[in-house]
Ligand binder design. Structure first.
Ligand code: XUL
Ligand code: CO
Length: 442
């Protein structure tokens, strides 16, 4: 990003982003997101709990596998790692304050450069989190979640908690301990585990059972440490089917729920669902949200979108109102997030190089969610949507259907009912009607 700055204001020329309403033509204003507007008894701010992803917005430099950086940050120039980290943090808090983002999320290595020395890394984390604490207090911005990056360093090329070499696993433990300490110190509401390399490239050299048992043990010791240190937040697992590994153990919501229950982690862990990860797994995001919600494990979400024409994690900012309305319907019916929120795990494009682009991206994402929230509420309040869906199952609300749900009918009783009642009527699923209701309220 080519921002020239002589003093501490990094995003010169962009002031406080305000709500101006639907008719505004100002590209640096909200049309839908009005933090204090009450929807279904809670403010938009409370429903949506927006967060900024430190890594994409303040570290992501536009590079891709085919070319180097295109974003040049003025906060990334000082030769002293601590001063450089503080400059970046100044830029981050200036941005989050201007765009009215109430939360942020980080990996340990996003905050400050790490070395190969565990003790030095702990010292650096302690210094930068002292500074973060001051910035949080001054701005009111809070920490939605922290995490440790256990996938970028060379040592993690065969995984961290699932690495066949115990020595590497121990280094992962050191990093998680330090990231947990940071999260607790900063009052983080959640702590995330995304197992980027916790999977395999080839089954031929992999003992899958042993690796998965190690992963579960690792999560248990991390949880036990954090709980003993006073952490009352939620631990979150972020499913993704692949990339960077060929196959990731935390494939999708259903797989992770099975894993948590199998290893006795379901009371402390929930899910952090990401849109582009769902689509990589061959699901809609709505599917993943529904699977987590009905298991009582909907924790938080990473907001972004993929590209319909390719098969990797493009992490674009969300813009599709229709898909988000369907998602918000499930979230509203589940009562919303508890400690979780909506983290924009999304990056501006390689060729989006103006300082304002980061603002347009977040304003667009926040407005799309706010609009989807209003529409989903409208649908639940004013349309026949919920009633129609309930009526589809009316045959289970009384008589033999209700007896079946109550566990009172055996297989022979089903046979007798079928024999006595002849062929069922043909009943429409009315999919097009439901689809039209969504569009009618947008
Ligand atoms: C990678 C991804 C991560 C996690 C945190 O696809 O989503 O950024 O959100 O490690
Ligand atoms: Co993510």
């Amino acid at each position: 990003m080519s921002i020239i700055t002589g003093d501490k204001e990094f995003f010169k020329g962009v002031g406080q982003i305000k709500f101006e309403g639907r008719d505004s033509k100002n590209p640096l204003a909200f049309r839908w997101y009005e933090a204090d507007r009450v929807v279904r008894g809670k403010s938009m701010k409370e429903w949506l709990r927006f967060a900024c992803a430190y890594w994409h917005s303040f570290n992501g430099d536009g590079s891709d596998p085919f070319g180097g950086r295109t974003h040049f940050f003025p906060w990334d120039t000082n030769s002293d790692p601590l001063q450089r980290a503080k400059d970046k943090m100044d830029a981050a808090f200036e941005f989050m304050t201007k765009v009215n983002l109430p939360y942020y999320c980080f990996h340990d290595v996003d905050l400050i450069d790490h070395t190969n020395d565990v003790v030095e890394n702990e010292k650096r984390m302690s210094q930068i989190t002292d500074y973060a604490k001051e910035k949080q207090a001054a701005s009111g911005v809070e920490l939605l979640w922290g995490t440790a990056n256990l996938f970028s360093h060379t040592r993690y090329m065969n995984g961290a908690a699932t690495n066949p070499d115990f020595h590497v696993l121990a280094h992962g433990g050191a990093q998680v301990k330090s990231a947990l300490d940071a999260t607790i110190k900063l009052g983080g509401a959640n702590y995330v585990f995304w197992g980027g390399r916790e999977g395999y490239m080839s089954l031929l050299n992999t003992n899958m059972k042993r690796e998965q048992e190690h992963l579960a043990k690792f999560l248990h010791v991390a949880k036990d440490y954090a709980r003993a240190a006073g952490f009352t937040g939620t631990f979150l697992i972020e499913p993704k089917p692949c990339e960077p590994t060929k196959h990731q153990y935390d494939y999708d919501a259903a797989t992770v729920i099975g894993f948590l229950e199998h290893f006795g982690l379901q009371n402390d862990f929930k899910l952090n669902l990401e849109v582009n990860h769902a689509t990589l797994a061959g699901h809609t995001f709505q599917h993943e949200v529904q699977v987590a919600a009905q298991a009582g494990l909907l924790g938080s979400m990473d907001a972004n979108r993929g590209d319909y024409q390719n098969g990797w994690d493009t992490d674009q900012f969300p813009t599709n109102v229709n898909e988000l309305v369907e998602t918000l319907l499930i979230i509203l019916e589940a009562g919303g997030f508890d400690k979780g929120g909506i983290n924009f795990d999304a990056k501006i494009r390689r060729n989006s190089t103006d300082p304002a682009d980061l603002f347009y991206a977040h304003i667009g994402g926040m407005d799309t969610f706010a609009r989807a929230l209003v529409v989903a509420d409208d649908i639940l309040e004013h349309s026949d949507f919920a009633k129609l869906r309930k009526e589809r199952y009316a045959s289970f609300d009384k008589g033999a259907g209700a007896d079946f749900e109550a566990g009172k009918l055996d297989l022979e009783a089903l046979r007798d009912y079928a024999a006595a009642n002849g062929e069922p009527a043909i009943i429409s699923g009315q999919q097009e009607l439901y689809e039209n209701i969504i569009n009618q309220y947008i």
